[in-house]
Write a protein that binds this ligand. Structure first.
Ligand code: NAD
Length: 495
């Protein structure tokens, strides 16, 4: 056991009376207090304020003034440099941010360091570079010329305005960075509304952004629940929402956005991601792949696999070896350096996953491993493997967003491709085989925003990410994000 002691700056930060972060400063709020619970022990570690209309108005006014003023007056290179300085500051405060994140989310300290901080820094640096690579095109118009006049045309990509970034609880640093860095790189300003379960790290990062030289108002943070998010979306001063969260909330967000004032909406939603192993993959390789696809951060990863398809000739051996591998995983305090598997992120989610366990049994599925919670304080459950005999079984089709891997045996590869696609969702999928030709033949037939071959879950800032079908609208990262954060302006010149 190598339990990490909280740094004094973490203890001091948690003890503060948190409100919002508006116009370069932490601000108090009269809003109702929301307790922040450490899911490893069920104890309150801090509280935030639920935003009131006055807080929302103040944040939007600040964001608009920066959008039309200080931030508009920076060059693309200056914008990139601020993001680079923030990346350096986040690394300097790596352990502090990781400890706050683990305390509020139950993420293991190793994942908080390596993914929440280090990977978020990689994304920040990518977006910093993108700030200087936003371009339009030149066009030769075919307009008629009566007196020898000629025409030239070009397009500009211009920032849409104040962008509301709404963030879920599973990766509260990294997803917030995706939102505000996309906005800032394109010349927009950003208001982040974090999840009410995990709102603390972004409040600290906003302070670091000011220290990095970000003008007041370019990044504001509003704390609170779903209503705060809705109020931001429908506010007349905001122009776009970039939402990451569940499908039902995403549909509500899209509706609010459209009805209010045609607010632009990018929706990064959940799903039920498929993982298929061709028969040439042996059981040991498959087990390594299943652990990577299904159990990182207790399965609370939007891109994680939940529907696993294994050839009938391989499934018994694979599930046997998977059970042995899961039995040796170290479950425990996420602040312990050696812990591999921490608690679920909050009580409501813990209750939901326990209901899935009960459902698995009541529907007569085989619980191969786990399927139960652990005694004691905190929201711990065992990593779980379920086998179903019916491809329509609810557990194979409903998102659990937890460490619940559901398996089905297929008989031939055409059936496998149908199983991949027989879902309303399409965020990610992975196909595992030693035969690259077969993989490349199947990839175009798999309906998902990202298809991995022989890997799962890892995202790269240079590669666009987003959902097909009911898993969302729009793409983040790569160069694809630029379209979603800018308006295309056409300029035609007669000469
Ligand atoms: P959620 O949909 O419950 O909440 C997401 C955010 O929306 C929170 O900040 C919440 O306060 C806010 N919200 C709630 N109601 C709102 C409303 N009416 N208007 C505006 N905002 C509102 O999701 P969650 O439980 O925090 O996160 C888990 C879900 O997120 C899973 O379904 C998962 O698949 C999905 N997810 C998707 C991605 C992706 O990139 N596609 C990434 C991570 C998580």
């Amino acid at each position: 056991m190598a339990l990490v002691s909280l740094l004094p700056e973490v203890t001091a930060f948690l003890a503060r009376q948190h409100g919002h972060f508006i116009h370069g400063h932490p601000t108090a709020s009269q809003g109702e207090r929301i307790m922040i619970i450490n899911p490893a022990n069920g104890k309150a570690i801090a509280s935030i304020a639920d935003a009131q209309q006055t807080d929302i108005d103040a944040a939007v006014a600040s964001s608009q003034s920066a959008f039309r003023g200080a931030w508009a007056n920076t060059t693309p290179a200056e914008r990139g440099n601020v993001l680079l300085r923030l990346a350096d500051l986040m690394l300097k405060h790596r352990e502090e941010l990781a400890q706050i994140e683990t305390s509020q989310s139950g993420k293991t300290i190793q994942i908080s360091r390596a993914f929440e901080v280090d990977q978020a820094v990689n994304f920040l640096r990518y977006y910093a570079g993108a700030a200087t690579r936003i371009t339009g095109e030149t066009i030769a118009p075919s307009l008629p010329s009566f007196n020898g006049e000629r025409y030239s045309a070009f397009t500009r990509r211009e920032p849409v305005g104040v962008v509301v970034g709404i963030v879920p609880w599973n990766f509260s640093i990294m997803i917030a960075v995706w939102k505000f860095a996309s906005a800032l790189a394109t010349g927009c300003t950003s208001i982040i509304k974090a999840s009410q379960f995990t709102p603390l790290t972004i409040l600290r990062i906003a302070e670091l952004a000011t220290q990095a030289g970000l003008p007041d108002g370019a990044l504001n943070v509003v704390s609170g629940g779903g209503n705060a998010g809705r109020q931001l979306i429908v506010h007349e001063g905001t122009s776009k929402v970039s939402f990451t969260g569940s499908v039902p909330t995403g549909i509500a967000v899209g509706r609010s956005a459209m009805e209010a004032k045609l607010t632009r909406a990018t929706l990064e939603l959940g799903g039920k991601n498929s993982v298929g192993f061709l028969p040439d993959v042996d059981a040991d390789k498959a087990v390594a792949g299943i652990l990577e696809a299904g159990f990182v951060h207790q399965g609370q990863v939007c891109a994680a696999g939940e529907r696993f398809f294994i050839h009938r000739s391989r499934i018994d051996e694979t599930l046997d070896k998977l059970g042995q591998a899961l039995a040796s995983i170290k479950i425990g305090d996420p602040l312990d350096d050696e812990t591999q598997f921490g608690p679920l992120a909050n009580k409501a989610h813990f209750d939901k996953i326990n209901q899935f366990f009960a459902q698995a049994r009541s529907e007569g599925n085989t619980v191969v491993f786990g399927g139960e919670s652990l005694e004691g304080p905190g929201y711990f459950v065992k990593p779980t493997v379920i086998r179903v005999d019916d491809p329509k079984a609810p557990l194979l089709n409903e998102e659990t967003f937890g460490p619940v891997a559901t398996f089905y045996a297929y008989d031939d590869e055409e059936e496998l491709i149908s199983l991949f696609n027989d879902t309303p969702y399409g965020l990610t999928a992975s196909l595992w085989t030693n035969d690259l030709s077969r993989a490349l033949n199947y990839v175009p037939r798999i309906e998902a925003g990202t298809v991995w071959v022989n890997m799962h879950t890892l995202l790269d800032p240079a590669v666009p990410f987003g959902g097909a079908k009911a898993s969302g609208i729009g793409r983040e990262f790569g160069s694809a994000f630029i379209n979603d954060y800018t308006e295309l302006k056409s300029i035609i010149i007669r000469h």
